[in-house]
Design a protein around this ligand. Structure first.
Ligand SMILES: Cc1cc2nc3c(=O)[nH]c(=O)nc-3n(C[C@H](O)[C@H](O)[C@H](O)COP(=O)(O)OP(=O)(O)OC[C@H]3O[C@@H](n4cnc5c(N)ncnc54)[C@H](O)[C@@H]3O)c2cc1C
Length: 400
C-alpha cells in the first residue's frame, strides 16, 4: 500500500485547503465553539451559512464529484473523495447534505424512473435542497424492519400515518426519504416502500427533540393522513427494503472522521502546552503526556485503517469493506469519546463551561463531550457494528 499523493492530488489538496481556509473566515461564531451538526442546524444563521456553502461547493463541482458523469458528477476516484473529505472535515466546514447527496441521490440513480431522476437529482446537485432521513421510529431502530408507519394506496395517492423519530435536520429539511409499510398485511421487511416526501405537505408535523445541551438538531415527525402522490414512490411498491439496504451501503472509509479528530487533538495539544496546574505546566505532567501519546497513537492507527479501506475500495475489493467500515465507525467514534473525556478531565471544573470567557477552547470540548454520545448510536449502533464485524469480518455464525 502506498498512501503518498500524486502531484495532481497534492495540487487538489492544496486548492481545497486554500478554499476552505478562506471561506471559513466568513463562518458565524457557532462554527468555532459548537459541534458541526449543531452549527449547521440549530440557528438560522448557522443554517444560512450551510446553504451558502452548499451552493459554493456545487459551483466548484465538489458537491457531487463522486456521482457518475451521466448525472452531472465527475466520477471522482476514491482517493480524490478521501482528500476532499479530509480537508472538508479538518476545516469543520458545512455544505454537505449527506442525506441528499450521499444517501438518497445514489439510491435514486439506481432505482428511480427516468422522470424521477430528472426531477429529483438536479436540485440536490445544485445544492438547493436539504433532505432528512425518515427511517427510525419509537419502536424501530436497530430492528428497522419492524417499523409501523403505513402508506396505504388510495387512487393517485398514498395516505401516510405514523411517526418517525430522531430525524436529524427534519426542521430544516425540504424533503424526506421515507420508509413506510405499503402492505400492512406483510410483516417485517416485506411490504415496505420508499417515498420522496415534500416536508411542506399538510398533515406533517415536526417537533423538536432538544439535545442535552438545549440544541435543536433532532426531531420527531408525525404523519396524519398525509397524501403523497404515487409519482413520489421510488422503485417498485414493496421493494423498499432492497432500496434501503442499498442506501445503507453507501458507506465511506471514514478518513474524514480522523481529520476532524486531528483538528481537535491539535487544539488540545495547544491547550496542554499553554496551561499550568498548581504551578506546573500540564505538558510536563507524565499522566497527561502518556494519555496524549496513547490518543495520538490510536488516531494514527485509525487513520491508517481508513486508508486501507479506501485502498480496498479502489481495488474493487468491496466484499471486504462492510466489516472494515464497521470497524472504522466503532474505532473513530469511541476514540473521539476517549479524547473529549480526557480533555474535559484535564480541564477540571473549567472544562464544564460552555458560554463563558473562562471556558477553555471556547467550550468546544464540553460540547463535543455531550454530542459524541449520539455518535455511537446513530448510523447503526456500535453494538450492531460489532455484530457485523463478527459475522461479515470474522465469519462467525450470524445470530438472527
Ligand atoms: C443522535 C442521533 C441521530 C439520529 N438521526 C437519525 C435520522 O436522521 N434518521 C433516522 O431515521 N434515524 C436516526 N437516528 C436513529 C438511529 O438510527 C437509532 O437510534 C439506532 O438505529 C438505534 O435504534 P434505537 O434507538 O431504537 O435503539 P434500539 O435498537 O432499541 O437499541 C437499544 C440498545 O440495544 C442494542 N441492541 C439492539 N439490537 C441489538 C442486537 N441485535 N445485538 C446487540 N445489541 C443490540 C443497541 O445497540 C442499543 O444499545 C438517530 C439517532 C441518534 C441517537
Amino acid at each position: 500500500m502506498d498512501f503518498s499523493l500524486t502531484e495532481e492530488q497534492r495540487a487538489f489538496k492544496s486548492e481545497l485547503e486554500d478554499f476552505f481556509r478562506e471561506e471559513m473566515k466568513n463562518a458565524p461564531p457557532c462554527y468555532q465553539n459548537t459541534t458541526l451538526i449543531e452549527a449547521m442546524y440549530h440557528t438560522d444563521e448557522g443554517f444560512a451559512f450551510h446553504r451558502y456553502m452548499q451552493k459554493r461547493l456545487a459551483e466548484k463541482g465538489w458537491l457531487t464529484m463522486a456521482w457518475p458523469e451521466k448525472y452531472g458528477g465527475r466520477g471522482a476516484s476514491i482517493a480524490e473523495q478521501v482528500i476532499f473529505n479530509e480537508v472538508h472535515s479538518y476545516y469543520r466546514a458545512p455544505g454537505i447534505d449527506r442525506f441528499g447527496v450521499a444517501m438518497f441521490a445514489p439510491t435514486v440513480m439506481l432505482f428511480a424512473s427516468e422522470e424521477q431522476k430528472a426531477r429529483i437529482l438536479p436540485p440536490i446537485a445544485r445544492g438547493e435542497v436539504q433532505y432528512c432521513q425518515g427511517w427510525s421510529e419509537p419502536n424501530a431502530g436497530s430492528d428497522l424492519a419492524s417499523l409501523s408507519t403505513t402508506a396505504v394506496r388510495d387512487g393517485d395517492y398514498y395516505v401516510v400515518n405514523g411517526q418517525k423519530t430522531w430525524t436529524t435536520a427534519g426542521h430544516r429539511a425540504d424533503h424526506m426519504f421515507l420508509l413506510a409499510r405499503t402492505d400492512p398485511s406483510k410483516k417485517r421487511n416485506a411490504g415496505l416502500s420508499v417515498f420522496n416526501v415534500d416536508m411542506g405537505l399538510p398533515g406533517i408535523e415536526v417537533r423538536p427533540i432538544r439535545y442535552m445541551n438545549g440544541g435543536h438538531f433532532y426531531n420527531e415527525v408525525f404523519f396524519t393522513d398525509v397524501k403523497i402522490h404515487k409519482d413520489e414512490l421510488v422503485g417498485p411498491e414493496g421493494d423498499g427494503w432492497k432500496l434501503t439496504r442499498a442506501t445503507m451501503n453507501f458507506e465511506r472509509s471514514g478518513a474524514g472522521a480522523y481529520a476532524a479528530l486531528l483538528r481537535s487533538f491539535e487544539e488540545l495539544l495547544e491547550y496542554v502546552k499553554g496551561t499550568s496546574r498548581d504551578g506546573k505546566p500540564l505538558a510536563q505532567d507524565p499522566v497527561v503526556r502518556r494519555k496524549l501519546a496513547m490518543i495520538y497513537t490510536d488516531l494514527r492507527a485509525g487513520w491508517a485503517h481508513s486508508y486501507m479501506i479506501a485502498w480496498l475500495q479502489e481495488q474493487g475489493k468491496t466484499a471486504f469493506t462492510p466489516a472494515a467500515a464497521s470497524e472504522s465507525k466503532v474505532f473513530a467514534t469511541e476514540l473521539r469519546q476517549r479524547m473529549v473525556n480526557f480533555a474535559t478531565e484535564i480541564m477540571g471544573p473549567y472544562g464544564q463551561l460552555e458560554d463563558s470567557p473562562w471556558a477553555p477552547l471556547g467550550g468546544s470540548m464540553v460540547e463535543g463531550y455531550q454530542t459524541v454520545i449520539g455518535s455511537t448510536i446513530y448510523a447503526g449502533t456500535n453494538e450492531i457494528q460489532r455484530n457485523i464485524i463478527a459475522w461479515a469480518g470474522l465469519r462467525l455464525p450470524r445470530i438472527k
